[in-house]
Each structure stands twice: as C-alpha cells, then as structure tokens.
Ligand binder design. Structure first.
Ligand code: PLP
Length: 361
C-alpha cells in the first residue's frame, strides 16, 4: 500500500474522512434542497460531530435532527439551533433534562403517546419552558408512531390543549424502505409511505389545526420525499459519510468514511489479522470492505481482531502495513470512535472530536 506519511503516522484503528468526497456529498444534498420548497434538516446521528453540523447549516440546512436527548444537549451546547429530536423522550429525569434544554434553545420533540405528551407538558410548565412538539406517524415501518387516522387528530388536539407545548406538525420516517432495491420498487414504496404521512397532515388540518412541519426521509429516499409537495423537510443523515452498503443504493454520494487499520499478524502467506473488529467497525449491515486493496478479503471480525484472506499482490502485505476499510454501516462505526481524521489527498488537515459519540440516553 502506498500510504502518505500523514497516514502512516496515524495510530490505528482510526476513522478517516476524505474531505473532497465529504464536501462533495454535503454540497450535492444542499444543492438538491436549495431549489425546492422542502428543506433539509439533516440527521446528525451519522457524524455526531458539532463541527460537521455547523457545516450543514452553513450549506443551507434549516436545523438539525437528533435521535437522542444527549446528542441534542451536545449540539445545543456547541451553538447549533433548530434542533428536532426525532424520537420519544420517556421517563421523569429525561423529561426534566428536556425541559432544561427547551429553556436554552428552540427545540422540537416527537411524541406518539397521550400520557407522555401530558407528562412533558407538565414538566415544561413547571420549568417555565415552551417546547415545540411533532407527532410521529407510522408510515409503514412499524416502529414508533400512530396511525394516520382519527388517532393522530386526537393527539394533535391534545398537544394544542396542553400548556407548555406548541403543536408544530408531524413526522413519519420511511425507514423500512430507505435501502431497498431496485430503485423503482423503493420509489413506489416511498410514495406510498409519503402518502400516509400527507393523509395525516390533511386530517389534522381538516380539524382546524395548522401543520407547519411535515418531516420524513433518509438518504435512500431524499429525492422522492423531498419532491413531495405535502412534505416540508427531510431528515437524511448518512449521505455525508456513506458506507459500502448504502453506496449501492445511492451511488451519487461517495464513500467519505474509512477505517484505517494495521496488519498485526501474518500467520501464513494467505492469512492475516488486522487490529480492528466489532469494537472498531460494529456489526453493521455487512462486513467492512477493503478500500483500494484487491486480493484482501476481510471475512470475520471478533471484538478487537479482523481475519483477512490474501491472494495475488495482497500476499506481499506485512505486519505493520496499514489498510483502509469501508464500514458496513457508517453511523454505527462513528459511534465507536472519539475523533475523525480529516484528510485531503492523503494529507491530514484536521482532527475533529466526535463530541456526541456514545450519547445514548
Ligand atoms: C428517524 C430517522 N430519520 C431519518 C433517518 C435517516 O437516516 P439515513 O440518511 O441514514 O437514511 C433515520 C435513520 O436511522 C432515522 O431513524
């Protein structure tokens, strides 16, 4: 492998970002939304890095989407605004934290349960806070969310009548289809999921309640969802980094994230071991895949080791050589690391702290 001196100096395993690819991804998605009524509120669960969230805002995003309260706290602390917490916040102490955060920043949270809505409302009133709320609609994923029928109208009414809460709209993530192939099937299923969300919007509006936000979409569906006139914003996240699995679905976004690993053992001519495993890459949707290294096949990972099979020129690799791998799921891999090494043309330009990694609560 012909590694630049900068790459040779980085201790492994380490997360690398190819800045040229990353910036192209950022710009491609931003450009799509610049010329459309729907806007981008990117999901930061992919990078968990305030600096990258700031870059997304600078490129035109209207705010950020978070999965966890802890992520939202980190992002707010780093000066990010327009935070949509696209998940349920349940439990007394977390709701207290939510109220504290709502006092500090313009926050919107998702909900789908009347008891939870009332409890959050009481906590906001007690804290003297006002919190934006959107209802989560199940658009076919069968995860969280209420059905787009009278139930969503009743919940919308409840939110409008609950002191401390401001009803802002609805969300419905079509996660069951974002990575489906072929493209025609994904497009068709996405339209069906979007239609369920827009039906919920119409029902709520018919009841006299204005719906300002209709949020949906991921990297696999940003174009179909972002073109739907009933949807106001998209929550795509993976597009900034990508991985070799998602890249098959959305080849227009390059794979900017890789994991640099070192060969630590060469037991036989055709076998080797790298210093990365489950705690480096995560289980992912598939095994990591070597970048620019024909003949190297990573076929098994345990906690801290990866077993590789070698053929052809790859048999010349020795202990101490470094190899880059594409992750099998970028979002999971990022959550396992403290920092990102940002490189351009193999030269190290910056080291970014993944400040919200591990913020699971
Ligand atoms: C609620 C929600 N919104 C949006 C996304 C979009 O993510 P991606 O761009 O990775 O498809 C996800 C992915 O997990 C999600 O859970």
């Amino acid at each position: 492998m012909n590694l630049t001196p900068d790459l040779r100096d980085i201790e492994t395993p380490a997360l690398l970002i190819d800045l040229d690819i990353f910036e192209a991804n950022l710009e491609r998605m931003a450009q799509f939304f610049r010329v459309r009524p729907a806007k981008l509120r990117p999901h930061i669960k992919t990078h968990k890095t305030p600096l990258i969230a700031h870059k997304q805002l600078a490129a035109g995003a209207i705010g950020i989407t978070c999965a966890k309260l802890g992520e939202a706290e980190v992002m707010a602390h780093a000066g990010l605004h327009g935070i949509l917490l696209a998940n349920q916040v349940v439990g007394e102490s977390k709701i207290r934290r939510l109220a504290q955060l709502a006092r500090q920043t313009d926050l919107i949270v998702a909900a789908d349960d009347p008891g939870n809505i009332r409890e959050i409302g009481r906590a906001m009133t007690a804290a003297g806070a006002q919190l934006g709320m959107i209802l989560e609609i199940d658009v076919g994923m069968k995860r969280c969310g209420v059905t787009p029928d009278t139930r969503c109208v009743e919940l919308a009414r409840l939110v409008t009548r609950t002191p401390g809460l401001t009803f802002r709209g609805i969300m419905g993530y079509e996660g069951h289809i974002v990575s489906k192939l072929p493209h025609e099937f994904r497009i068709e299923e996405c339209r069906k999921a979007n239609a369920r969300l827009v039906r919920a919007r119409r029902l709520i509006e018919k009841a006299g309640i204005p719906v300002e936000i209709v949020s949906a979409g991921g990297t696999g569906t940003y174009d179909v969802t972002g073109d739907n006139p009933g949807i106001t914003e998209v929550q795509a996240g993976s597009y900034v980094f990508m991985d070799h699995v998602y890249h098959r679905v959305r080849p227009e976004f390059g794979i900017a994230l890789s994991v640099l690993s070192t060969i630590i053992s060469r037991p036989t001519r055709r076998r080797g071991v790298i210093d990365g495993g489950l705690k480096t890459f995560s289980r992912g949707f598939d095994l990591p895949r070597a970048k620019d290294c024909p003949g190297l096949n990573l076929w098994y990972i345990s906690e801290e080791h990866g077993k590789i099979r070698l053929s052809g020129k790859a048999c010349d690799l020795s202990v101490g050589d470094k190899v880059e791998f594409y992750a099998g799921h970028c979002c999971e891999a990022v959550n396992l690391h403290d920092r990102l090494y940002a490189l351009r043309g193999g030269r190290l330009e910056a080291v970014w702290t993944i400040a919200a990694r591990g913020k699971l609560a």
